[in-house]
Design a binder for this molecule. Structure first.
Ligand code: IMO
Ligand code: MG
Length: 398
C-alpha cells in the first residue's frame, strides 16, 4: 500500500505530524517537491524536531527519499543531518542525483527578486532554483561531481542574472562541491531505486510539502511557491507512475493560516486572530513570521480536495478552537454572484458565512457535527483527528 499525504490549505497544516503518525506502517518516506521552504515540526519521544528537507519518517528509522522534484540546499541538509545525529538518530536517506542544488546565488536572487515582486517568499532560494531548472542552467546533484559542468552552469546562471564575477563563481563552485561531497554515499538515481523498491513490494508514504493552495498551477497565483505541490507533483517529482498511489490523505486545520502575501478571503484580525495565533503557536517554523489567521473557507477546501484527489482527511489542531461559542465558516463566495468553487481571481470575492456551534472537548457532539460538515463539503472521510501536539493526541476514527 502506498499513500500520499498532502496539504489542503496554505501550508503548515501539520503534515509532518501526520506523516510521523502514519510512518510506522511504511518502509520508505519520499518527498517530491520544495526544499527548505518547508518546515515540518514533529514531537518525537518528547522532543520537538523541526525538519526542512529530510522526510519526517526518518525519526522512526524509515528510509527517507529526497526526490528529483526537490530544490536542495546542502548547507541546510548538513545542519539537519548533524542535529539528528546529535539526538541519536542516524538518518537513512537517498538523495536524487537529479534534484536541483540551491546555491548562495539562488538565495541572493530570491531576496532581490522578492524585494521587487513582493510575494513574501521564505527567501530560501527555492524560486530561483526552479527558475534555473526550467531555464536549463541549473545544477543537478549529480552534476556537482563534474567540475566543468558545474562551473559552466553557474557561469551561465549568474550571467543571465547579471551577477557574474569569475572569482565569486569559482569560490561558490568549490563550496558547493565541498557541501555535496559529504553526502556522496547517499546520492542515487532515486527514480530507479524507488520504482524497484515498489516493485519488490515495499510500502511508500509520499510526503507532500507546502499545499494545494500554494501549488504553482492551482494555488492563488502569483502568490504561490514554484513547484507542483498537489498529489500530482509526486509523479514528476519522483518519477513514479500514477497507478502506484493507493490513497491520498489531505491534511487540514479547522481554521486557516497563511504566511506571506496573497489573497485570503476569510482572514481575520484583532483579538480573536491574536488569541488563535498564540494558542496554536502559529508562527513560521522556517522563518518565525507570525502567520495570518482566518476561518475555514469551503470554496477553497472543495477546490483543494478536488484537484488533489483526496480520499481521506486528517484534521489537525482541533483543540485550538476549543471553548469558542460559535465558529464562522465560509460556505460560499459572493463574487458578482454566488460561487461554490473559487474563481480564477478570488481577490474580489466576499465570503458568505454560516456559524457552527463550538466544542468543549473531543467528545463534544458539536465537534463531530463540524467533522461531518467537512466530510460532506470536501467529499472525503475524516479518518484522523488530532487534538493536541503529541502522537498520543492523534486518533484514528471511523
Ligand atoms: P510547509 O511544507 C507555509 C509560502 C511562503 C510564500 C510562498 C512562496 O511547512 O507547509 P517560497 O519560499 O516557497 O518561494 O515562498 O509560499 N510557503 C509556505 N508557507 N508552509 C510552507 O511549507 C511554505 N513553503 C512556502 O510563505 O508565501
Ligand atoms: Mg511551514
Amino acid at each position: 500500500m502506498n499513500i500520499a499525504v498532502i496539504g489542503l490549505q496554505f501550508g503548515d497544516e501539520g503534515k509532518g505530524k501526520i506523516v510521523d503518525y502514519l510512518a510506522e506502517d511504511f518502509d520508505i518516506i519520499a518527498r517530491y517537491s520544495g526544499g527548505s521552504n518547508a518546515g515540518h515540526s514533529v514531537l518525537h519521544n518528547g522532543k520537538k524536531f523541526k525538519l526542512h528537507l529530510i522526510p519526517s519518517g526518518v525519526l522512526r528509522g524509515k528510509i527517507g527519499v529526497l526526490g528529483n522534484g526537490m530544490a536542495i540546499d546542502f548547507s541546510v541538509l548538513d545542519e539537519e543531518f548533524s542535529s539528528l545525529k546529535e539526538e541519536g538518530i542516524e538518518p537513512r536517506i537517498k538523495i536524487s542525483s537529479r534534484a536541483h542544488v540551491v546555491t548562495s546565488f539562488h538565495k541572493i536572487m530570491d531576496e532581490r527578486e522578492d524585494e521587487i515582486i513582493g510575494i513574501g517568499t521564505t527567501r530560501r532560494g527555492i524560486g530561483p532554483t526552479y527558475e534555473t531548472k526550467v531555464k536549463r542552467v541549473g545544477i543537478r546533484v549529480g552534476d556537482v561531481f563534474d567540475d566543468n559542468v558545474m562551473l559552466k552552469r553557474l557561469k551561465l546562471a549568474t550571467k543571465l542574472w547579471g551577477i557574474y564575477y569569475e572569482k565569486e563563481v569559482e569560490k561558490e563552485a568549490r563550496a558547493i562541491k565541498e557541501q555535496v561531497r559529504k553526502f556522496k554515499e547517499f546520492i542515487v538515481d532515486t527514480e530507479i531505486w524507488l520504482n524497484e523498491a515498489i516493485r519488490a513490494g515495499k510500502n511508500v508514504l509520499f510526503e507532500g510539502s507546502q499545499a494545494a493552495l500554494l501549488d504553482v498551477d492551482f494555488g492563488t497565483y502569483p502568490f504561490v511557491t514554484s513547484s507542483n505541490t498537489i498529489s500530482g507533483g509526486m509523479l514528476s517529482g519522483l518519477g513514479v507512475p500514477p497507478r502506484v498511489i493507493d490513497k491520498i490523505v489531505g491534511v487540514m486545520k479547522p481554521y486557516m493560516t497563511r504566511v506571506g502575501a496573497g489573497p485570503f478571503p476569510t482572514e481575520i484580525f484583532g483579538d480573536i486572530a491574536k488569541e488563535l495565533r498564540d494558542k496554536g503557536n502559529e508562527y513560521g517554523a522556517t522563518t518565525g513570521r507570525p502567520r495570518r489567521i482566518g476561518w475555514l473557507d469551503l470554496p477553497l477546501l472543495r477546490y483543494a480536495a478536488l484537484v488533489g484527489g483526496v480520499d481521506e482527511i486528517a484534521l489537525t489542531k482541533v483543540d485550538i478552537l476549543e471553548g469558542m461559542k460559535k465558529i464562522p465558516v465560509a460556505f460560499e463566495y459572493d463574487c458578482n454572484g454566488k460561487r461554490k468553487y473559487p474563481p480564477l481571481h478570488i481577490e474580489n470575492c466576499k465570503p458568505i458565512y454560516n456559524e457552527l456551534d463550538g466544542w468543549e472537548s473531543i467528545e463534544d457532539d458539536n465537534l463531530w457535527n463540524y467533522v461531518r460538515m467537512i466530510e460532506k463539503e470536501a467529499g472525503a472521510k475524516v479518518r484522523i483527528v488530532s487534538y493536541g501536539a503529541s502522537r498520543e493526541d492523534t486518533k484514528l476514527i471511523g
